[in-house]
Design a protein around this ligand. Structure first.
Ligand code: AMP
Ligand code: GLY
Length: 430
């Protein structure tokens, strides 16, 4: 098969790495890709939301199957566009991608189909939003309805912060049209975990759990990012809780989407809060998480490509996946200035030494490019260094041995990825 991967991050590097190993894969093309993906795939300079450009590429390359990584093209309708012209795609339709594209849509769906989530108000009226915030009091959460690159959520511990967030989103339009409508939401307390399921419209099979580290600094301090590291599995999500999540959150959502005429296909990524009264949905994403995808794929023993095809074809009821017993952990290396103003163009060396610094290490590129004969930083998140281990602690130790071989003074990483799981393994408090 001739495969096209859409995206340019470490998630897409990991997807290319996994699919390259598939006996079904004869040719691998990536648009636009990065300097790491270039070692595995033919990279073509077509942007991820250039729907016509991607269609032309699929035609020119006689593509058999398209795997879409990021949310923006899914929400923009890339899958509908390519499928309408006869190209088979992994990922949801534009209508089904509303689960990520509109927070209000998801809250309404949860309310209608009984999926546990925080209570909320969806509104386009700033005065109504503020009245609701005053009525409920802090802590409270304010969310822009649309896509805002992970930045459109304000978890306000004080009333003033929430009221200011309404002005920033609705009056100043800090997130553009994404803030025309907002959601005011109950604050949920607990430990946060991510859970991934592969879905074919009717059947959902659990992938695995993971925990991401959103804050930029050690000890979960500083501004939120796309994710500074992840590990899988997340021990907080016990097998019993996982069954509960499948039965009470994932399956009712899929039944609801089918009933609404928007059957969901692709990866459903549930952000969950493990509250005192059980797991509650924080949000859905309609794609693999990044860096969660990298650690999930490191643990997947089965060939990923037939599973992605089964999601498109509606045959997941006949698909089983085998997982390695080991834990996987990934450390993000970011360019200084990230997340606000990452510095681009600085040279990175030591990647070969990193790859052999410890057993099981695999380095995925997130934002890199070739300049002359050097690999340079070309994004905010630049590398994701992954490793496996018998425990999260072992995977963590191996990943940091590799991180320490990378020569990149203008880059940084968190030194505590996996701390909650490591503390659990050591029997301490978390
Ligand atoms: P989201 O973009 O919806 O994932 O939100 C970003 C982060 O805000 C989440 O990962 C949570 O840490 C936090 N968050 C979102 N909604 C809530 C909520 N209702 N209660 C507490 N924290 C939340
Ligand atoms: N790491 C979180 C995300 O991919 O949205």
């Amino acid at each position: 098969m001739r495969i096209l991967v859409v995206g340019s991050g470490a998630r897409e590097h990991a997807l290319c790495w996994a699919m390259k190993a598939s006996p079904l894969c004869d040719a691998l093309i990536c648009a636009p890709g990065n300097a790491g993906i270039q070692d595995l795939a033919d990279c073509r300079p077509v942007g991820v939301t250039d729907l016509d450009g991607l269609l032309a590429l699929a035609r020119a390359e006689r593509i058999d199957f398209v795997v879409v990584g990021p949310e923006a093209p899914l929400v923009a309708g890339l899958v509908d566009h390519l499928e309408a012209h006869g190209f088979k795609c992994f990922g949801p339709s534009k209508a089904a991608a509303e689960l990520e594209g509109s927070k209000g849509f998801t809250k309404d769906l949860c309310a209608k189909y009984g999926v546990p989530t925080g209570s909320y108000l969806r509104t386009t009226d700033p005065d109504a939003a503020k009245a609701e915030i005053r009525r409920r009091g802090a802590p409270i959460v304010v969310k822009a309805d649309g896509l805002a690159a992970g930045k459109g959520v304000v978890v306000a511990m004080k009333l003033d912060e929430a009221l200011e967030a309404v002005d920033a989103m609705m009056l100043d339009r800090r997130f553009g049209d994404a803030g025309i409508e907002i959601v005011i939401e109950e604050y949920l307390a607990g430990e946060e975990v991510s859970f991934f399921a592969l879905v074919d419209g009717k059947t959902a099979i659990p992938l695995a759990s993971a925990q991401d580290h959103k804050a930029v600094g050690d000890g979960d301090t500083g501004p939120n990012t796309g994710g500074m590291g992840a590990y899988s599995p997340a021990p907080a999500l016990t097998p019993a809780l996982e069954r509960d999540v499948m039965d009470r959150i994932i399956r009712p959502t899929l039944a609801g989407m089918a009933a609404e005429g928007k059957p969901f296909r692709g990866v459903l990524f549930a952000g969950l809060m493990l509250t005192a009264t059980g797991p509650q949905l924080i949000e859905y994403n309609v794609r693999f998480g990044d860096p969660e995808c990298e650690v999930l794929l490191r643990r997947l023993k089965s060939d990923v490509l037939p599973a992605l095809i089964a999601s498109r074809e509606g045959t997941l009821d006949r698909t089983t996946l085998d997982w390695r017993p080991e834990a996987a952990l990934g450390v993000v290396m970011a360019a200084e200035g990230y997340p606000e103003t990452p510095r681009k163009g600085t040279a990175i060396a030591g990647l070969d030494a990193a790859a052999t610094a410890a057993p099981t290490v695999e380095v995925f590129h997130a934002g890199t490019a070739w300049r002359a004969d050097k690999i340079v930083a070309d994004g905010g998140r630049v590398l994701v260094v992954t490793a496996l281990g018998a425990s999260v602690a072992e995977a963590q130790a191996r990943a940091y041995l590799a991180v320490d071989k990378i020569q990149w003074p203008e880059g940084f990483c968190r030194r505590d990825i996996g701390w909650r799981a490591v503390a659990r393994e050591q029997g301490g408090k978390h």
